[in-house]
Design a protein around this ligand. Structure first.
Ligand code: EPU
Length: 444
């Protein structure tokens, strides 16, 4: 298995260009199941999760071809008889659930293995199923698989659906119900829809395929069903979480980094909290239009200030940046409080950061981080995608050598992170963990 070896303490300086969004790309790719015409996606990142989705779509009769420069992926459903997503693919990637709505709407049936829990929490799919049931789907659980069937006559029926849950709206649930409703008969209204930019991007693409969706990006989405969709070409939005991670990497090293193609207006809550901690994020673009592909400069004070964050649905502080922000706050003056409202158990990175000298106590969705003077390099274990990013940020800031094991988690969501960090001055290498000394000792 691959690991990263980081020699900390190097200031990052230079330019990083943000890639296309992973979390936008996955439902966009699944939406190619809604038509038998080609769907061309520009800017899909090269990641393990994207490869898993390609594999799943190919099993569902939707093949893909790609060009590298310009980066373009063409998907086309040529065999529309398959309708089952196997457990061994769903288990590697929860986002496989995205195929449920498109398969049901276009092929009249879908069988998707029920995703299990994962390291960041329980992650149920009850809201996805509630939404599809409201559209008239019959739903059952058979041998661990969710089996959904369109009503007799083959077409789903528009409905008014409240999609909020105990932890707020659901991003992929909104994507699933919206993707199914575009081919339903009549009008669907989704109340308490997720407002994330990835949902909005999906609506933009579906509309370019002939759908009639209004309100995406707000809590009320209205969908007027159509009989058929056609192919399209769509450019994926930049990845706000990747952008936020590199902004925080710059801050963790007191660096000076320019971030290009940055969806800064989708990161306002994170930027506001960063400013409160003493990180300066200056956007070069002026004017009132939404800045989704901006150029921003990141600098920070020598010593960060403690602050509070609470993760919330968009436009609040994103849960997918909580772990990275925690790494920053381990070095801030004073006590910081992190409240995790989306996944109250998403603190696996805290114990690993503690191995590097951080002082963190957490209970029931709240963590108190008491800033320390320095972190000290150590061998640490990545447990999920964003936890891996957090450990890498800590390693960049720490004194001495940090070894981050199991970086396959990171490769699910960050393309060639080590090369991109190296290009701005980090001392970071990818190695095979078989080449590590048996005792795995870290430090200087
Ligand atoms: N929830 C339910 N029932 C449901 C669905 C969700 O109770 O049927 C709960 C969840 O347990 C959670 C909250 O609602 O407490 C929000 O979950 P959501 O459904 O919005 O999460 P998701 O759509 O499965 C996406 C991202 C996650 C990101 C969350 C929240 C993708 C592929 N995944 O997941 O990204 O954390 O939204 O913003 O888009 C990541 O990239 O590292 C990642 C985990």
């Amino acid at each position: 298995m691959d690991a990263f070896v980081i020699q900390g303490g190097k200031q990052l300086k230079g330019t990083i260009r943000v890639n296309g969004s992973k979390n936008a790309s996955l439902p966009l790719m699944a939406a190619a199941l809604l038509t038998n015409q080609p769907v061309v996606l520009e800017g899909v990142p090269a990641l393990a999760d994207i490869n898993n989705m390609k594999r799943l779509l190919s099993e569902l009769g939707c093949g893909s071809t790609e060009t590298a420069s310009p980066r373009r992926m063409t998907l086309q459903s040529k065999n529309e008889t398959a309708h089952a997503a196997r457990y061994d693919i769903v288990r590697t990637m929860r986002a496989s659930i995205c195929v449920l709505g498109p398969l049901l709407a276009r092929r009249g049936m879908a069988r998707v293995s029920m995703p299990g829990g994962c390291s960041i929490g329980d992650r149920p799919v009850d809201l996805h199923l509630k939404g599809l049931a409201a559209l008239g789907a019959e739903i059952s659980l058979e041998s661990g698989d969710i089996v959904t069937r369109a009503p007799r006559g083959g077409r789903l029926k528009g409905a008014r659906i409240f999609l909020g849950g105990a932890f707020g709206p659901t991003v992929l649930g909104t994507a699933n119900v919206m993707s199914a409703a575009v081919l339903a008969e009549g009008i669907t209204v989704i109340e308490s829809a997720a407002c994330e930019p990835e949902v909005e991007d999906l609506a933009v693409m579906l509309n370019s395929m002939g759908a009639h969706i209004t309100g995406a990006g707000t809590p009320r989405i209205v969908i007027e069903g159509v009989k058929e969709l056609h192919g399209t070409t769509h450019s994926v939005i930049p990845d706000r979480i990747e952008a936020g991670t590199y902004i925080m990497a710059a801050a963790a090293t007191n660096g000076h980094v320019t971030i290009e193609n940055c969806p800064i207006d989708d990161l306002l809550a994170a930027c506001e909290r960063l400013e409160s901690a003493g990180v300066h994020v200056r956007c070069r673009e002026e004017g009132l239009q939404r800045r989704t592909r901006a150029t921003v400069e990141v600098t920070s004070d020598r010593r960060l200030r403690s602050t509070q964050i609470t993760t919330q649905p968009h436009p609040g502080f994103p849960t997918d940046l909580q772990a990275q922000f925690m790494a920053l706050l381990t070095l801030a003056d004073g006590n910081s409080i992190i409240t995790e409202r989306i996944y109250p158990q998403r603190f696996l990175h805290a114990a690993e950061l503690t191995r590097m000298g951080a002082q963190i106590h957490h209970q029931s969705g709240t963590a108190v981080v008491s800033g320390v003077k320095e972190l000290i390099g150590a061998p640490v274990m990545a447990s999920d995608l964003r936890a891996s990013a957090s450990l890498i940020l800590a390693g960049l800031a720490a004194r001495g050598r940090t070894t981050v094991l199991r970086v396959y988690h990171l490769d699910r969501g960050y393309e060639r992170m080590e090369e991109r960090l190296k290009a701005v001055g980090a001392d970071i290498e990818r190695i095979d963990d078989k080449d590590l000394p048996q005792n795995g000792s870290g430090g200087d």
